[in-house]
Design a protein around this ligand. Structure first.
Ligand SMILES: [Zn+2]
Length: 282
């Protein structure tokens, strides 16, 4: 692109291009036929070298080594070329506007497409988030179910004594025990009191001696370490009426609620006040 260095270079290129150009007939008369690149450059230069002086200089350069007649012919061609270039200028503007219009139209289409895709993606992301949230919740639930430690449990019953005794149970038994007491009250209108929950080995041993070496009747066959009570896995309950215990066997509809919550009923071995959960550690 050395020929474009400075106005002189441009003029030199213009002159050489015009020499190479072949005259051919057009609607406007004779005009130069050039390749597209040259033609475009010519049009560009024509717009930037409208000055008559420059035009004359170009004509002079073109006319070098040519006779007067040829120079006249060249001048006529130059006028024709300028006329074409003027007309081409408006043609170019028209084409440019057409391109701009098409480009703008395509741009708007693309923007709309991008907007639509984004909306779809956002929807997908939203759905994905919901699924992830559900999965997280499920995982949390699983963890809660599989983790026996639940020190945060603070459930109340109708009876503060019962609530306090339930708190002595193994952490994972406290909640089902509380629900048991509350469901029996809500669904059956029966108020249960937990008489015994966790028992130490010593307490169990002392209870074992009752009716054997100490006064009273036999209440257990389990020595220290042999009872679910020793691990906080069992409760003994009694029905309360007007603040007093009613020493009657626990009815089946009460036991059914405990069993639904995962307790095993002691009525199986003739201990109908007893409900236990899980197995004692071996
Ligand atoms: Zn018991």
């Amino acid at each position: 692109m050395n020929f474009l260095k400075g106005i002189d270079g441009m003029k030199a290129f213009r002159a050489s291009a015009m020499k190479k150009a072949v005259k051919k007939p057009t609607k406007q008369g004779l005009r130069y036929s050039m390749n597209d690149r040259e033609s475009t450059l010519m049009k560009y230069m024509s717009l930037s070298t409208k000055n008559t002086n420059e035009s004359q200089q170009i004509n002079y350069m073109q006319g070098q080594g040519q006779d007067h007649e040829q120079e006249h012919e060249h001048q006529a061609d130059e006028q024709q070329d300028n006329y074409d270039n003027g007309w081409n200028f408006f043609e170019r503007v028209r084409k440019l506007l057409s391109i701009v219009r098409k480009t703008a139209s395509n741009l708007i289409k693309k923007v709309l497409e991008i907007g639509k895709k984004r909306a779809e993606n956002q929807l997908d992301e939203h759905e994905l988030e919901e699924v992830e949230e559900e999965e997280e919740q499920e995982q949390e639930q699983e963890q809660e179910e599989t983790t026996p430690e639940n020190d945060d449990f603070t459930g109340n019953t109708w009876d503060p004594v019962t609530t306090e005794r339930i708190a002595s149970l193994a952490p994972h038994v406290q909640e089902p025990a509380t629900i048991f007491i509350n469901r029996v009250e809500a669904e059956l209108g029966i108020q249960l009191r937990v008489m015994s929950a966790h028992r130490s080995f010593e307490e169990q041993d002392a209870l074992y001696e009752q009716g054997r070496t100490t006064p009273g009747k036999i209440v257990t066959n389990a020595q220290g370490g042999e009872s679910h009570h020793n691990y906080g896995l069992a409760i003994d309950v009694v029905i309360m009426e007007n603040g007093q215990p009613v020493w009657e066997p626990i009815p089946e509809n009460v036991a059914q609620i405990a069993q639904e919550l995962g307790f095993r009923w002691g009525a199986e071995w003739d201990d109908p006040a007893h409900f236990q959960m899980g197995e004692i550690p071996s």
